[in-house]
Design a protein around this ligand. Structure first.
Ligand SMILES: NC(=O)c1ccc[n+]([C@@H]2O[C@H](COP(=O)([O-])OP(=O)(O)OC[C@H]3O[C@@H](n4cnc5c(N)ncnc54)[C@H](O)[C@@H]3O)[C@@H](O)[C@H]2O)c1
Length: 446
């Protein structure tokens, strides 16, 4: 065994190791770029032929990756995007980055992980490292992946013939201070050998890896990080709604509290949670906790508050319109920012979608502008919403046409001074207009 491990380690260190990445999305593509930069041969697998075709043409479909990078990668001749899973037989490591959403009952949807394991098991080879990066509940790698992979035709057994690793992704799209290689990466393995190999593999592209004692520990670490964020955002959202009732500016309070040099970490309120991770991941733990007869009350409460705050924004819109003797029914509203956060092109779980639905339910006519999202796709990644809309142009004249502009995402390209000047009413959910001198009487904070 020792000899076998040493040989694999040497291949990794020599970069004579082919990496297969399954799921060419927000997580998979940056990983491929990093392995590609270090000279590894990389095969990218997806079931989406459109994505594969784009990559074969050197095009990127993720704004912050950019086509220049994907073209460069393709030109190395060491990157091959494909839908052909038979090529799993050619790789030394498989890194799985497929979606882990919630189903309609808000339970973990494990279909994508299961389907992936089913697709690769027939081509599994001795000594392969199989690493999962998708966010999931503790136990997934051992309880869901392992039994499917062990149904391989060659009778290969985990921990003996192939190595199981879990290493969660910590990508923060749009954050210019960190990139895939500079964000420390937690790694867990099913055995000390799996951990050693997984850790060595990731250290080829990541500056600092953080090995932990088990797969479960690594799986739980990712959930704890996101639950911490989810709950703190819920807390500050609840305090925002109370502060509003008490006529206190919560943003000023947070700024003041942040001057405390210890024991306080600022979180900021907003229109509701968005993104593929923070609103969803905590419920993976809630579901698993039921097996242990353990109610996760903090998570449930945070979920309630984070949903309520979107309704609070809708109510503010109604209040603002009423102040001008107008009703929501028939009002023309422009949503500014469809993406779930500033300067990105991702609208998964975006509160803008929920707000669009709530406002239209109340009879408003809603349009949107987002420089990063020219169109809401036909098959929305949100899965629950079926809007097909195009971003409308933004100009002084176009703003004046609407009864109200609702700032949901504070993209840095927006000129908020011009937005306030040319709008009839503004509801601001991001504190984007607090420094604007002229037109404060038109602004409602929500
Ligand atoms: N996006 C982020 O910032 C982020 C951050 C941390 C963790 N994560 C986690 O990483 C995982 C992937 O997220 P993402 O944002 O990259 O998703 P994504 O939707 O951008 O990409 C997933 C890709 O997997 C492909 N896919 C689906 N089923 C497949 C299958 N059976 N075989 C092969 N490919 C398949 C899809 O076509 C898609 O291209 C999720 O578990 C997510 O929670 C995401």
């Amino acid at each position: 065994m020792k000899n076998k491990i040493d040989q694999l380690k040497k291949k990794i260190i020599d970069h004579d190791f082919t990496i297969g990445v399954v799921g060419l999305g927000y997580v998979g593509l940056p990983l491929i770029v990093e392995f590609g930069k270090k000279g590894f041969r990389v095969i990218g697998f997806d079931i989406d032929q459109l994505k594969v075709d784009k990559l074969l043409a050197g095009e990127s479909y993720i704004e912050h990756i950019g086509s220049e990078l994907t073209t460069r990668l393709l030109n190395t001749g060491k990157f091959e995007p494909t839908v052909d899973f038979a090529k799993i037989a050619e790789v030394d490591a498989v890194i799985i980055c497929v979606p882990t959403p919630l189903n309609r009952y808000r339970e973990p949807e494990m279909k994508y992980i299961r389907d992936t394991c089913t697709s690769i098991k027939d081509y599994l080879q001795e000594n392969q490292i199989i690493a999962l990066e998708s966010t999931t509940y503790p136990g997934t790698t051992e309880e869901v992946m392992k039994p499917i992979l062990e149904q391989n035709p060659s009778g290969l057994k985990a921990d003996q013939d192939f190595y199981l690793v879990y290493s969660p992704e910590r990508e923060d799209p749009g954050n210019k201070n960190f990139s895939t290689s500079t964000i420390p990466k937690v790694v867990g393995g099913s055995t000390p050998e799996s951990l050693e190999l997984g850790n060595l593999l990731y250290s080829q592209i990541i500056e600092k890896t953080v090995p932990v004692s088990s797969l479960k520990t690594a799986e739980m670490t990712k959930l704890v990080e996101n639950i911490y964020r989810n709950i703190n955002i819920a807390l500050v959202n609840e305090l925002k709604m109370l502060a509003d009732r008490m006529d206190i500016n919560i943003w000023e309070v947070i700024k003041a509290a942040s001057t405390k040099p210890f024991g306080f970490h600022p979180f900021y309120p907003g229109p509701g949670l968005g993104g593929h991770c923070i609103p969803i991941d905590p419920f993976y733990l809630t579901w698993k906790a039921r097996e242990y007869n353990f109610p996760t009350r903090f998570i449930e409460l945070a979920g309630e508050i984070n949903a309520k705050v979107t309704e609070f924004v809708r109510d503010k819109v109604v209040e603002a319109l009423n102040s001008k003797e107008k009703s929501l029914k028939g009002a023309k509203i422009l949503i500014l920012g469809m993406a779930y956060k500033r300067d990105i092109d991702d609208l998964r779980e975006s509160p803008s979608l929920k707000l669009m639905e709530l406002l239209e339910k109340g009879g408003a006519k809603v349009e949107y502008n987002d420089p990063h999202i020219p169109q809401i796709p036909k098959v929305s990644p949100m899965r629950n919403y079926k809007f097909i809309r195009k971003s409308v142009p933004l100009s002084s004249a176009s703003l004046a046409k609407y009864d109200l502009a609702l700032i949901v995402t504070d993209h840095s390209s927006y000129d908020f001074e011009a937005i306030v000047e040319n709008s009839n009413l503004v509801v601001d959910t991001r504190n984007a207009t607090s420094q604007i001198k002229k037109g404060q009487e038109k602004i409602w904070t929500a």
